[in-house]
Design a binder for this molecule. Structure first.
Ligand code: ADP
Ligand code: NA
Length: 330
């Protein structure tokens, strides 16, 4: 196909994806199906960088795929697969490990964040090198665009560096990718503490909007979002981070511009904004829950989508790996 390639991955997590994952990443996956030859994967190899129960991992991998489909990925228009089903990821991952400097890997801030959270002495070498596996994930598909949130920008930069390094040393092999980051939604904040990003591991329980929460829980979380002591509904990320975060979410889910919303709520209080946004959120999560459950109830269909996806992905990955191996002297 003459379309540019897109590639991204998302970890299988217990429970569900959150609103930050959806607005910052998954929504872009859905959009790029229309313009790109798109590959999306559930990155179970990345999940085992921290301890996993095998049965739970398998269930969470299906749950992740079901949510991606519920969010709008269409197996007719993109390739959806599970990372471990394509062994070339681990194979090219090793090669990339051998091209990365120890100091270079040590500068990855996600490792610092994540290892601090898991206890630095319990962090695995896999957690340390996971950005390098991510490099292989991207390069195997000759991706042009990598849709991610802001927190992943550094890893795409590492990918660019390693692609250029390999190409320089061994000859033109890999496409040098660019991050595809939509500025407005690159960082969605915790609803209770808008100074931190919404995140599975770091958010407060009430500040984390899980896409599979009961709709009434979602509404409650939105209505109890932290704002400020002012009353004016205006976008100002510095002075009014809580209100600005709500406006970003509202605007992205409805297509209304921030200016439209500021005008709509002129002279109205935060309560009105939150009540309306709660309704918007409920309208979004209600069908999302239903669709996710439909895929989970039919694991035969789900597994067959993933098997076909792995086959398509593998054809591309195997060709890239063969070329890289040949250039390396294997
Ligand atoms: P988490 O940070 O909760 O552990 P992941 O690391 O699995 O989530 O992130 C999956 C995708 O979602 C990545 O592309 C990441 O950049 C994006 N993402 C995660 N949290 C946010 C957020 N708060 N705002 C925007 N994008 C996010
Ligand atoms: Na993240």
């Amino acid at each position: 196909s003459s379309r540019p390639r897109a590639l991204s991955g998302i970890q299988p997590t217990a429970g569900s994806f959150h609103l930050g994952n959806y607005l910052g990443a998954i929504r872009q996956y859905v959009a790029l199906q229309e313009t790109h030859d798109a590959f999306y994967m559930v990155v179970d190899l990345h999940a085992i960088t921290v301890p996993q129960d095998p049965a739970e991992l398998r269930a969470n991998t299906r749950l992740a795929a079901a949510q991606l489909l519920a969010a709008g990925l269409d197996p007719e228009r993109c390739t959806l697969f599970v990372q471990s089903h394509v062994p070339e990821h681990a194979q090219l991952g090793w090669v990339m490990n051998c091209l990365t400097g120890f100091g270079e890997a040590s500068r990855m801030t996600q490792f610092k964040d994540k290892s601090a959270r898991h206890g630095a002495d319990r962090a695995t070498v896999g957690l340390f090198t996971y950005p390098i596996l991510q490099v292989a994930d991207i390069l195997l598909y000759q991706a042009d665009a990598v849709p991610v949130g802001e927190d992943q920008r550094q890893h795409v930069e590492l990918t660019r560096d390693l692609a250029e390094r390999f190409n320089g040393r061994f000859g033109e092999t890999f496409t040098v990718p660019a991050p595809y980051i939509v500025k407005e939604v690159a960082k969605i904040y915790d609803l209770q503490d808008p100074s931190i990003k919404m995140s599975k591991s770091a958010s407060t329980p009430k500040g984390l909007v899980n896409l599979l929460d009961e709709p009434k829980t979602t509404a409650k979380k939105v209505k109890s979002a932290v704002t400020d002591t002012d009353t004016v509904i205006r976008f100002d990320a510095e002075e009014k981070p809580g209100v600005s975060n709500l406006l970003t979410i509202y605007s992205t889910l409805t297509g209304a511009t921030i200016a439209d919303l500021e005008q709509k709520y002129e002279g109205k209080g935060y309560g009105a904004l939150k009540t309306d946004l709660a309704e918007v959120m409920v309208d979004f999560v209600t069908p999302f829950r239903v669709r996710t459950q439909e895929y989970l109830d039919d694991t035969e269909t789900l597994d067959s989508i993933l098997a076909k996806g792995a086959e398509k992905a593998r054809a591309v990955a195997a060709e890239t790996l063969a070329d890289a191996y040949d250039k390396l002297g294997f």
